[in-house]
Design a binder for this molecule. Sequence first.
Ligand code: CMP
Length: 139
Amino acid sequence: MATNRTFTMIKPDAVKNGHTGAILNDIIAGGFKIVAMKYTHLSAEKAGEFYAVHKERPFYGELVDFMSSGPIVAAILEKENAVEDFRKLIGHTDPSKAEPGTIRNKYAKSIDANAVHGSDSDENAEIEGNFYFSAFERF
Ligand code: CMP
């Protein structure tokens, strides 16, 4: 059964290009409540740990380099059917295939610099949220 929480990061490209506020607006306008939020900068080691599931993929090295290249915003979001609805809000992983109006369509440039991350399952949403936030940082 679907849970009501997902996890997101606003990635270094979107932060650097000044889209943090607009993306948070889209998230809130999309009906999501922010349960936890943090502005931080991942080391290469922590980025590698976060994306360990992709370790064998050819893009892993670039992904780790990119995700540790600048600050990010991490957040836990709440809404009914959160994982699926958030993936609809952000659009396709490759921004050139993202539907008009989606966050990646509006703010992303490439499959690497794709503006935001969204959990792909309830199980990963839980794991990813726990990577960043303790119980005392959720409201
Ligand atoms: P994200 O949702 O953060 O999960 C893994 C990331 O790897 C993905 O977004 C993309 O930014 C990046 N990536 C780079 N190349 C690929 C690819 N060929 N397929 C999927 N993800 C890729």
